[in-house]
Design a protein around this ligand. Sequence first.
Ligand code: HEM
Length: 469
Amino acid sequence: MMIKQSISPNIQKTPPGPRGYPIIGCFPQMASNPLQFLTNAAREYGDVVHLGTIGPQQLYLFAHPDGVKHVFQDNYHNYIKGANFKDKDFTLLVGNGLINSEGEAWRRQRRLMQPAFHHRQQIAAMVTLMTKVIEELIEHWRSMENAQIDVAAEMLELSQKIVIKALLSLDPNSSETAQIIQAWHTVLAFHTERIWAFLKVPLSVPTPKNVRFLQAVQTIDTVVYQIIRERQQSSNHPDDVLSMLMSARDESGEGLSDQLLRDEIVALFVAGFDTSATSLGWVWYLLSQYPDVESKLQEELATVLGGRTPTFEDLPNLKYTKMVIQETMRLYPAVWILSMTNIADDQISGYHIPAGSMIVLSPYVTHHHPAFWENPENFEPERWAPERSASRPRYAYFPFGSGPRQCLGDVFVTTEIQLIVAMISQHLSLKLVPGHPVEVDTRLALRSRHGLLMTLESRKTHEFTLHTK
Ligand code: HEM
């Protein structure tokens, strides 16, 4: 173990790190190839790296699982999302929803929202809803034998339809769903371009991009508020996340305001759409590159399901499917970087971390740490077998973050991805179109920069029955 905490209260040693420029620190290197920059920094300087400054703020990378544990568990009271996250464009989109709040406001919202995502019976109900949406896609794809499709774009649309249905009970083929999906393209394109930009044109300046973004947010608001109003005026309350949020009350008997209901729904779009879609895209890409893994997956699906649509009860038996997903999220964690701010001075591994610093935790860097992952670049679902993973430190893997702010949708999305992979794999094989370039794009979730152009091949081994209607 390389990290030891709080060696002496008087230590003021700064961790080693690359020399940055004055004021902008290592920002240019970070912005141009962050995965390589951060991975190299950890390899070269060790498990606590000083990444220089951005303006007045010191930046540190904690790459070792013990550093991750320190932030999420041992000294979690000292770490908040902080100002790093309070980007103005982002706040306009998500308002004061769960992912953008701190302290008591965050605690109250988390308590109100948790049951919608973590009750076993809620997740079981979501399985039925999810399988219907997935079956529709399979039927559509089966009519397109040998077509070439952008699987990344298709997975985004599928994840959006599932999340929108789970949150708002909107039919995946309704005009409201189409409006949200359409507006989201604009929102995503806008944020992708701006997130790493050092200088940003304020939203108040009516550039074409700003105007398009503001109109897209307006479209989403109109749809979401309309649904909230209809629910308030009707006795029909479908079994979905919005109904649960509308009836949730805190200890004082108070519920969420309309504005906060809207904020939570939009925040769940932000948290859920792109992350699920990119993870799914990488599963299909990796399966197409590793035929042995794909065959093993087929064996499990044939044994456990034999061509059936999976149920909630089948999920624990789809063990290898789950290992494939875990390994995909290790190699390509959708949220590849997290940043926190420490409230008070801290010490780690004998180094002094002054209050108000920005602490960077990178699931990507830690998931590729050679001390914890043998041949870290290899796709090996077998490393998730109990006998191989038992001795691995818990914080060597954190695709969903951890601690109090661990992903609220972790069970939801793991269930969703397991169903999608099990169902689609039984019917179709997806083959990467030869020569299609595959490169990671780090600007938001860890996406494939050029999409994933793949050919749809039907599996002829079984005749399957779909139950869409
Ligand atoms: C593979 C897909 C997903 C990944 C990799 C992922 C990852 C994460 C991570 C790393 C965080 C912590 C962020 C931080 O600490 O700053 C987070 C938070 C969150 N996630 Fe997810 N997420 C995924 C899907 C979803 C889905 C589908 C939903 C809901 C529909 C969701 C809802 C949330 C919420 C509400 C939070 C904020 C929790 C809080 O601040 O208390 N996520 N997610």
